[in-house]
Write a protein that binds this ligand. Sequence first.
Ligand code: SF4
Length: 244
Amino acid sequence: MGLKNKTKKINRTTDVYGNCTSEKVIASLDLLEETWGNEKKPIYESFEDPIDGLIKTVLSQNTNDANRDNAWQSLKHRFPSWDKVMSAEVGEVATAIRSAGIANVKAQRIKTILTKINNSLGECSLKKLRDWHKEDIKEFLGSLPGVGPKTVACVLLFDIGIPAFPVDTHVARISKRLGFIEEKTSPIEIERFLENVVPEERFLGGHLNMIAHGRAICKAVKPKCTTCPLANLCELTKSRGDSS
Ligand code: SF4
């Protein structure tokens, strides 16, 4: 593994991707920023060790932020180190993270992840990854059980400080409705598309703005199109022939 290279060539052209131009993507991000303002907010404070971000993201799978946070606090209170979690009984870990749901599955997954990290890196820590190339980090994290592309991108972006554009359900839904990409496009393809079109410095705020918009306005069921600032850019609205 060599030294990482955080700089990436950004495509700032007006290339056409399917039926969408990069200008439309940027214009949409601009409107989202005017609405939610996450790009202006202070830089997210990373965990000292990216392993904390990884395990917290595993806890967040299939639950809401409040339940995840309760499970996280309980886990950190019960176990003073990740080595202790790794060597604990599954039931003990499951009890500590009960509020996050599917506790037995997540407990086993966390223990397996910690064991694999410990075996590969010689410690229950991911600090060493901060000196790796992005593609090496993606390959390593993606090889861990239950760790998919969204979790990998979250750890890269929030905990290692390498630009990535995580694609969760909100980012995917909004990208499809606005017509950035086709309906059948996979999350990993959406991630590649956004990372190619969006300037790196806008990844974090843009990701957070899309989540905020998906939760409050562009909901999965009954999106609030009449009050949406992106209605004029939206393919779903156009296909309906109105703004309702
Ligand atoms: S107009 Fe409606 S479907 Fe389109 S982005 Fe806004 S809320 Fe979503």
